[in-house]
Design a protein around this ligand. Structure first.
Ligand SMILES: C[S@@+](CC[C@H](N)C(=O)[O-])C[C@H]1O[C@@H](n2cnc3c(N)ncnc32)[C@H](O)[C@@H]1O
Length: 365
């Protein structure tokens, strides 16, 4: 640490900043700690319940030169993950800009940053920082532009600069990790359309954005493809698939919303999602049944083993205390019982509450 010209504490950091849903810092911290151990990274986790984030602070001596920027973990419970560079404390509210520019001077990439994102925690303490983050973001952006530290055209491969405001006098400087969307706090701004049958529609929309690459979304969501939606009522997920022009069998004993049925692409089947099986293989099976997660995982594994669907997106509800252990157990069930190697991608999405969303598909190899 050194004290900057304005008396601010400026501490170079190497490690990760990960955003999460407030209340899930313990799960995130545990994932960061165990992934670091697996990758031989020495350091420690800093996390406090309710803060909506966790930091992994690398011991600089354990970090081979040039390796810090390579992604070595993508935790399930992280909404967004950044490469941490500097911590600034004791900021003077009358001049936050000078120490930030002082710190950035040493971090500046040769061609400048390709963008700037200002973010703050999604916590009770963090949400009131939104107006300050917006205002300060404009000030920093103008200062970076004046110095030529921001690319105008964004053509050179360069990281996005992330400025994380943790309190009015405390912020972190970080950079984007490859493949991470630049959404502030890892939160995509999705709008719920009036005709959406439920807010859950946003969950599947976010899952398609976060868990699939653009070319996968394009190739795997084609008009005329066939899907089943287990636990479909009132129909948000089915409606999202229908908007991609898929034909959907919506399995649920509960009623479907009129707006879902009005798409003309959704057939409602009153049946048990645990016994339903398609007559011929489908492109997709999605599942949002409120059930014990291990039971859901076992059923999904059956679908994959029997080849009843090419790929699946499903939710695992986690109302229990040991949530990470339960996730590990369920993903283990999925791997073991599907009888094949899987491409598995799991994430607690912004629109997920006490649950995670998983994409699974037999891996190409
Ligand atoms: C969270 S809601 C699904 C919301 C839906 N994904 C949407 O977007 O509107 C859970 C649904 O699972 C259904 N469900 C629970 N157990 C089921 C089962 N064994 N078979 C079929 N549906 C089931 C419930 O009836 C309920 O409608």
């Amino acid at each position: 640490m050194h004290t900057g010209r304005s008396g601010v504490e400026i501490t170079p950091r190497e490690g990760l900043l990960a955003w999460c849903r407030p209340g899930f810092e313990g799960e995130l911290a545990a994932e960061l700690g165990r992934d670091a151990a697996r990758e031989g990274r020495i350091g420690h986790v800093r996390a406090r319940r309710g803060d909506g984030l966790a930091l992994f602070l690398l011991d600089p001596s354990s970090c081979p030169p040039g390796s810090a920027d390579r992604p070595w973990t993508r935790p399930i419970f992280a909404r967004g993950i950044r490469r941490l560079r500097t911590e600034l404390r004791a900021l003077d509210p009358t001049d936050r800009l000078s120490p930030v520019l002082e710190a950035l001077e040493t971090l500046r990439p040769p061609h400048g940053w390709s963008g700037l994102v200002v973010e703050h925690p999604d916590s009770d303490a963090g949400k009131p920082l939104a107006p300050l983050a917006r205002g300060f973001g404009r000030v920093v952006e103008a200062a970076l532009a004046r110095r030529g530290w921001l690319q105008r055209d964004g053509v050179q491969a360069a990281p996005v600069l992330h400025l994380a405001l943790l309190a009015t006098d405390h912020l972190l400087l970080a950079e984007s990790c490859a493949g991470e969307p630049p959404w502030p706090g890892g939160i995509p701004r999705l709008r719920l359309l009036r005709e959406a049958p439920s807010r859950s529609a946003l969950k599947l929309e976010e899952a398609l954005l976060v868990l699939l690459r653009p070319e996968e979304r394009q190739g795997w969501l084609q008009p005329g493809m066939q899907a089943a939606d287990l636990g479909a009522a009132p129909g948000g997920w089915s409606w999202v698939l229908a908007r991609h022009h898929l034909d959907v069998t919506a399995v649920d004993n509960g009623p479907m919303a009129a707006s879902a049925l009005a798409t003309g692409l959704i057939r409602h089947l009153r049946a048990d999602g645990f016994t339903f099986r398609p007559q011929r293989p489908l492109d997709w099976m999605v599942c949002d049944m409120v059930e014990q997660p291990a039971r859901v995982a076992a059923r999904i594994a059956t679908w994959l083993r029997e080849g009843w669907c090419r790929q699946t997106i499903f939710n695992l509800k986690l109302p229990m205390k040991k949530r990470l252990e339960e996730v590990d157990r369920c993903l283990g069930i999925l791997q073991d019982r599907s009888g094949r190697a899987l491409d598995l991608r799991a994430r607690q999405l912004y629109h997920d509450r006490e649950e995670i969303t998983v994409f699974a598909r037999p891996s190409a190899s």
